[in-house]
Design a protein around this ligand. Structure first.
Ligand SMILES: *[C@@H]1O[C@H](CO)[C@@H](O)[C@H](O)[C@H]1NC(C)=O
Ligand SMILES: *[C@@H]1O[C@H](CO)[C@@H](O)[C@H](O)[C@H]1NC(C)=O
Length: 407
């Protein structure tokens, strides 16, 4: 049964969608980034309302299985998917191959994709399409050896609160490692970014010599701080300033029952639960983990200038990666590499880092809003990353370039 609050969210989704369609011709889209694009504006609204459902009501938008979603995607994009070895074949109870490289050897890279959606929304079709697009755009010689495994974790909307998903990831990761695989990389968006970072802290805590650290993390708008402080909803803070623009809104994200259902009785002030809520944030908490410090390892972060998590993600990048990036002055949509990007260059004694801020970008745009590029790949399977639009596919383009550099 859907709660009264859930019905209100559903009604507001319908009403606000109609309103957006009616007013679009003279008012434009939902925010600056998508002022001229109704489709993208409706997608932002849909993502926002999906996340705004009370956790247990999010079943309304999460009723399908991931296997079903991948079948549907195969039907929509036959050319892209038909060449993928073991596409939509289960690896274990909690994971599904999107592609397993033919004749894979144990030290070939395996990307584990950890999907976002607050831990309570099912993978969106746009996320499935974007991850396939990323894979398809990787340089062919690197792609040949690359496998992508999807973590089919249990959702909080079905009563699986934290840290269920971390333990499911651990089970799959352990199994892969026991089979002799050594090269793990994560792509995690939003809650998947949270899972990626907290998992590295979990590995550190466990000190299990049989489990190698991930070689690389690709974090798309990672949810690094589960509980926002009240002050973050005042002027000058990204939660407040981007409330009307973003997918994530303080008004619903800060609902007490949402936190209670998700976090359960875990201590939020710990690195394995919510790094951004730990009281004494320091670089050494991360630098002691090879993923964030050793040569041959790498971390990539992309976030949106107009997203609620902007402050939290920049703070994380500062203490975990020593990124000097600050919240930039309003970009007006113009990308300036000096203000919107940073890399440490990856010297011979350190891990390699890249951080990007998408001008006027919203939360998780790379995985939720850039999926249209898969249609271009379906039409032209030889499409190269250098040929795709830099503004429209800001996140995907940079993720692929990072993979080409680090794989
Ligand atoms: C809106 O965005 C979509 C997805 O990126 C794109 O395919 C479409 O061409 C855009 N429409 C306009 C009017 O710019
Ligand atoms: C995989 O290995 C088999 C047997 O060794 C070989 O015949 C086949 O060509 C290989 N395929 C690829 C894609 O390397």
């Amino acid at each position: 049964m859907v709660s009264v609050h859930g019905l209100q969210v559903l009604a507001s989704l319908i009403f606000e969608s109609l309103w957006l369609i009616i007013t679009f011709p003279y008012k434009g889209g939902i925010n600056e980034r998508y002022r001229n694009n109704l489709t993208q504006s409706l997608k932002v609204l849909f993502c926002r309302k999906s996340l705004a459902f009370p956790i247990l009501d999010a079943k309304i938008v999460s009723f399908y299985s991931n296997s079903f979603l991948f079948s549907l995607t195969a039907w929509q994009f036959p050319r892209v998917t038909q060449g993928l070895n073991n596409y939509n074949v289960r690896y274990d109870k909690n994971s599904i191959w999107l592609v397993e490289a033919k004749n894979r050897s144990k030290d070939d890279p395996i990307i584990i994709y950890l999907h976002g959606g607050g831990y309570y929304c099912q993978t969106a079709p746009t996320q499935a399409q974007s991850i396939l697009a990323i894979y398809s755009l990787v340089e062919p010689s690197k792609r040949e050896k690359l496998s992508v495994l999807f973590l089919d974790y249990s959702l909080a909307s079905y009563g699986n609160e934290l840290l269920t998903q971390l333990h499911e990831l651990t089970a799959t990761y352990t199994r892969l490692a026991k089979e002799g695989n050594t090269d793990f990389r994560f792509i995690g968006d939003s809650a998947g970014g949270h899972l990626s970072t907290t998992f590295t802290q979990y590995l550190y805590k466990e000190q299990n010599p049989e489990l190698p650290y991930p070689r690389s993390l690709i974090l798309v708008s990672p949810w690094v701080k589960l509980g926002a402080d009240k002050i973050q909803h005042t002027e000058g803070h990204s939660y407040y300033d981007n409330e009307a623009r973003d997918v994530v809104q303080y008004s619903f994200f800060s609902e007490p029952d949402r936190g209670a259902l998700l976090v359960n009785d875990n201590n939020v002030q710990t690195l394995t639960v919510s790094p951004g809520n730990t009281p004494d944030k320091k670089n050494s908490d991360w630098a002691r983990i090879p993923t964030y410090s050793k040569p041959g390892y790498s971390v990539f972060v992309v976030l949106g200038e107009h997203e609620s998590f902007l402050d939290d993600i920049l703070e994380f990048s500062e203490y975990a990666l020593r990124s000097p990036l600050k919240r930039p002055a309003e970009s007006g949509g113009v990308y300036d590499p000096k203000k919107h990007s940073w890399t440490n260059g990856g010297g011979s004694n350190e891990a390699y880092f890249e951080v990007f801020i998408e001008p006027q970008g919203v939360h998780d745009a790379g995985l939720f809003l850039e999926n249209a590029v898969l249609g271009e790949i379906e039409d032209n399977p030889n499409l190269k990353v250098t040929q795709i639009n830099d503004k429209e596919y800001f996140g995907i383009k940079r993720i692929v370039e990072f993979l080409d550099k680090t794989l």
